[in-house]
Design a protein around this ligand. Structure first.
Ligand code: CO
Length: 154
């Protein structure tokens, strides 16, 4: 495994649309392993391949100790909405409030090419939406709720 360089906002590649993964081979597994190591090293909870300069529809996530890999993910259904703070390893040192669905159902493939369907809520749903956006060249900073004020504790 190897730590890869995380591309920062301003680089045009982050705005490009990633391509469908067709080969579920050792090259893909190496990429996923490197992405996970890179994400952990940078204290992230999600990383899309484009963030290490590879325009393929591949994502790694580590949310609430759930390690997930999503290849060619497709959002099938979303329910509700929630506004929470989020950040991105490609926009270092910043964060902002973004509206996301509170529940999301996706179809994706694992690293061996097996299709699965997953329904998730809260943080994981948010992280998945954030990473799927990356595959389409969208960054969370495009979606920040500029006038949103954080709710105070009751
Ligand atoms: Co991000």
């Amino acid at each position: 495994m190897a730590i890869r360089n995380i591309i920062q906002v301003g680089d045009e590649i982050l705005r490009k649309k990633s391509k469908t993964v067709k080969e579920f081979d050792e090259k893909l597994w190496q990429l996923l392993d490197d992405m996970r190591e890179t994400m952990i090293k940078n204290d992230g909870c999600g990383l899309a391949a484009v963030q290490v300069g590879i325009l393929r529809r591949a994502i790694v996530l580590d949310v609430n100790h759930m390690k997930i890999e999503l290849i060619n993910p497709e959002i099938l259904e979303t329910i509700g909405e929630s506004i929470e703070r989020e950040g991105c390893l490609s926009v270092k040192g910043e964060s902002g409030f973004v509206k996301r669905p509170s529940e999301v159902t996706i179809k994706a493939y694992d690293r061996y090419g097996n299709e699965f369907i997953l329904t998730c809520v809260d943080m994981l749903a948010r992280a998945i939406c954030h990473e799927v956006d990356h595959l389409d060249g969208i960054l969370y900073i495009d979606k920040i709720e500029k006038n949103y004020k954080e709710k105070k504790d009751k």
